[in-house]
Design a binder for this molecule. Sequence first.
Ligand SMILES: Cc1cc2nc3c(=O)[nH]c(=O)nc-3n(C[C@H](O)[C@H](O)[C@H](O)COP(=O)(O)OP(=O)(O)OC[C@H]3O[C@@H](n4cnc5c(N)ncnc54)[C@H](O)[C@@H]3O)c2cc1C
Length: 416
Amino acid sequence: MNRPPVLDFVVVGGGIVGLATAHELLQQVPGASVALVEKEDRLAAHQSGHNSGVIHAGVYYEPGSLKARLSHAGLQQTLAFCQKNAVVHQQCGKLILAVTPAEVAPLEVLHARALANGAAVRWLVGPEIQALEPNVVGVAGLLVAATGIVDYVGMCHALARQITLAGGEIKLNTPVQALREGPAHVALDTPQGTLHARQVIVCGGLQADRLLRASGITPDFAIVPFRGDYFRLPATHNQIVKHLIYPVPDPRLPFLGIHLTRLFDGGVSVGPSAMLALSREDYRQHAFDWRDAWAAARYAGTWRLLARYPGAGLRELGCALSQRRYLRAVQRYCPSLTQADLLPCVPGIRAQAVSPSGHLIHDFLLKQTTRMLHVCNAPSPAATAALPIAAEIVTRLLGAQHTPSARAASPLNSSK
Ligand SMILES: Cc1cc2nc3c(=O)[nH]c(=O)nc-3n(C[C@H](O)[C@H](O)[C@H](O)COP(=O)(O)OP(=O)(O)OC[C@H]3O[C@@H](n4cnc5c(N)ncnc54)[C@H](O)[C@@H]3O)c2cc1C
């Protein structure tokens, strides 16, 4: 009987993190057999193709965290990759605005954080803001000149081209149903048959907890989906701002607030909101999926999270139910916008890992066994940081391969 071939690496998930990982593997281990499997009929079908398209500069994140370190590196690496591979991008800069005196102190905290993270920022006062951006208002602002915008779907396709050129294989329409780790390899069951690989990297985004469970591992978190509704301004407003305009965010939450984003096609978007979603991967208005809704409802962490942030929850619910409330959130810093300016736009759904105690897991989270590495939490700015996240994954994997005894098979080695 013919034995099935055992690949060196299989990557699960054709979002930007999975693609960057397959790309990095082929760079670090030339000649390795690498396959990337994606359940949808296209790449970047979920978060990587439904986001704000911002290359972040590492302002917000806890100094010393993986997020801070990898987003700082990600900015430069993303720009370099896009230049080399002709992916549309632009370094237009961003302005974070304190609209009221009460928001100045939290903006000062962000200022200190940005400096600690090595991000170049400039403090602006009211008249300087007016001179720079006549259509927005604020009593103080933080200018982050390095922030940019990019076509992340274009970047995913550029990564895919590089993977194929280097000998890797991309299999679309291939959902992974179960992963079985043995002493010599991992077996991945798909409707098209079973794949075998010496090492498996799972980058499943909104399905991260389910893929952990499908590997026989009980997750110590759950993915709670947060829907982000966007609007697009009419083309007559394409020049309304020169920079990306952000409010001061609630520091307890990983969401950055409804912002004005310049798009790489010349337009301007407004959003996203951050409302608990009842479907993980359905972008229609009022989308509802029984399995996803039930998973969120029976998870104690969801209810503890809602109890922890009742104000934020109600604010987001207000924005979800009332376009007027949504508009008011933007009018605080861009008063000339009207309801007629909010044109429909495709939403995004964030994968956010939440602990059983209802804490949002802010940092990137990777969990590793002898032959598998699961990316459990890769929220924003994981698109910015995808290339350094991939380098981090490959370093951990190759370390594991070379010193197998250093890693216990199970329970999982987990680290941020
Ligand atoms: C509204 C919104 C705005 C954002 N804005 C920004 C931003 O401006 N800048 C930034 O840096 N980041 C931003 N982010 C975050 C960023 O988009 C994500 O962190 C990043 O795209 C995560 O990439 P990923 O590859 O981990 O996940 P995904 O892109 O979701 O990819 C996961 C893939 O795994 C596949 N998959 C799942 N289960 C299986 C299975 N069983 N078998 C095979 N395949 C499977 C899915 O189909 C999917 O294609 C934003 C996110 C959202 C939602």
